[in-house]
Write a protein that binds this ligand. Structure first.
Ligand SMILES: Nc1ncnc2c1ncn2[C@@H]1O[C@H](COP(=O)(O)OP(=O)(O)OP(=O)(O)O)[C@@H](O)[C@H]1O
Ligand SMILES: [Mg+2]
Length: 486
């Protein structure tokens, strides 16, 4: 079977010959005859080259380049074929696999066969000219995959073959999928865009220390959502779900998001709102997220001026009062730095509603906050934007048992009872339990770790007791003042 390159060479020679003869004839015939002849010459050339081609570019878009989904699917389809058929291969170590992964090298060609139709695939590369010299490969290299086929197979290729390629490619992608963590950063045009790293967080729901019934409820909710394609279609609702995770620091909100991504095999888009210039940039960013993803806005109460209007109003009211000019300037600067990102609450709500109702499937959005009471009710209204509110709380005994099993391989121990009594009495975050249970020596003596935790719990208990006494005393003082004034 000749390669497409060889076919092109043959066709090139043939067409070169036709053009040569045509140019020679042109010199001896009148101009109108030459014009008449040219029509036939081009018809013969089209007949002599019966091959058609379709290209898939690696990136689409202008300034804001996006990896083309079609290209990625085709690449995934060709992957296994390339390792069998290509003569020049690129080898890579893929995380999570012990074997090397092979793919077609640049400017290499392979031939595919579909229902008896021969299709030639070629991987091309273009490097835009730059004035500066660099030893490193250019970051602006653009690849394209081109398929060529005989025009009599146009229908088969356009209708059946390409569908088959995309379907198989997507299936291969799911099989070899690695979770990606995207974050939004400013590019050279000062516009924020997504960049990603491979997500290798080891946490799963098994590692999460929390009430087992609550944990199971969340897992069931997520799994039901991910399998709900037909259901969402039937009820005519966009296939999306919003979660609000709230609770004190160190109670596992971020860990829970990682566990969600690991459970569902979804990418994470960690949206830093303060880096987003305005609402229109926010809209673009959210439109650029992919299906099967979790978009996360951490500490939503701190990253967006939810009470902007009220603050401005207050400022006006304060104007009449005399203020220290230095302090006033400092306050203004602080206010301005906060306003650098012009993303507003209504902008955020519009984007969420707009994006989710208009496009995209299988998308989750998660907000986290330490202060749920600070959030505007419009943002967290259940049934609309935030379907499920999850409280992440202080560590309970069941949570401690998860740590004891994971950190110390312990399912029971004589000190468990002491810990049960203490942990039910005091407020300790799972992060602090984890820190205290962590072995501090290579010997990893469980007894020592449990005792460390008991010490920490007793210390907290003592501090809480002191605080309660102080508050009681303060209250008694206040009451006695009231009595005197009465
Ligand atoms: N419920 C939990 N189960 C298991 N580990 C936890 C849990 N909560 C906290 N941890 C441990 O504490 C560390 C910090 O937790 P994490 O960042 O998830 O807390 P957070 O609630 O997001 O805190 P913050 O409000 O400060 O963002 C984690 O790396 C993990 O080791
Ligand atoms: Mg967090």
């Amino acid at each position: 079977m000749p390669s497409m390159g060889e076919i092109w060479m043959g066709l090139g020679t043939l067409m070169g010959g036709i053009m040569f003869i045509y140019t020679m004839i042109q010199q001896f015939v009148p101009q109108h005859v030459a014009g008449y002849l040219s029509v036939y010459v081009y018809r013969i050339m089209a007949f002599a080259n019966p091959y058609m081609e379709i290209s898939f570019d690696e990136f689409t878009g202008g300034e804001r380049l996006k990896l083309s989904q079609a290209y990625t699917a085709v690449e995934a389809y060709l992957g296994p074929k390339s390792s069998k058929l290509a003569k020049r291969l690129k080898a890579q170590i893929v995380k999570g696999n012990k074997d090397l992964a092979f793919s077609m090298d640049d400017h290499e060609e392979i031939i595919d066969d579909f229902e008896g139709v021969k299709i030639w695939w070629y991987l091309g590369k273009t490097v835009p000219e730059t004035k500066s010299f660099s030893y490193y490969p250019s970051a602006t290299e653009r690849r394209h995959l081109r398929l060529q086929f005989h025009r009599r197979h146009r229908e088969t290729v356009a209708k059946s073959y390409l569908q088959h390629v995309i379907k198989e490619g997507k299936a291969n992608m799911i099989e070899n999928r690695h979770i990606r963590l995207y974050s939004n950063n400013a590019n050279e045009h000062k516009k924020t865009q997504w960049s990603h790293v491979e997500f290798e967080h080891p946490v799963t729901f098994d590692h999460l220390a929390m009430d087992p019934a609550k944990k199971q409820e969340i897992i069931d909710d997520l799994v039901t959502f991910s399998m709900g394609r037909d259901y969402y279609q039937k009820i005519g609702k966009p296939w999306k779900r919003g979660y609000l995770l709230y609770g004190p620091p160190g109670t596992g909100k971020s860990s829970m998001i990682a566990a969600m991504a690991m459970l569902l095999n979804y990418d994470i888009y960690d949206l830093e709102l303060t880096a987003v210039k305005d609402n229109s940039e926010l809209r673009k960013l959210l439109h650029d997220t992919s299906n099967k993803s979790i978009t996360v806005i951490e500490d939503v109460d701190c990253t967006i001026d939810l009470t902007g209007k009220r603050k401005k109003k207050k400022k006006k009211e304060d104007k009449d009062e005399k203020k220290d000019p230095i302090k006033e300037k400092a306050d203004e600067e602080e206010e301005e730095s906060k306003m650098e990102s012009k993303v507003t609450l209504s902008g955020l709500l519009n984007v969420i509603d707009g994006l989710w109702s208009a496009c995209g499937k299988e998308r989750i959005i998660v907000f986290t906050t330490n202060y749920v009471e600070k959030l505007d009710p419009a943002l967290i209204r259940t049934g609309r934007r935030m379907d499920k509110h999850i409280e992440m709380s202080y560590c309970c005994f069941e949570g401690f048992k998860v740590f004891a099993k994971n950190y110390l391989d312990l399912e029971s121990h004589e000190l468990f009872d002491t810990i049960r009594h203490l942990i039910d009495e005091v407020k300790i975050s799972p992060a602090d339990v984890a820190e205290n249970l962590m072995p501090k020596t290579i010997k990893r003596d469980p007894q020592v770790c449990l005792r460390n935790l008991i010490k920490a719990l007793e210390k907290i208990k003592e501090a809480e007791k002191l605080k309660a006494e102080e508050e009681k005393a303060k209250k008694m003082d206040n009451d006695s003042i009231v009595d005197i004034t009465l």
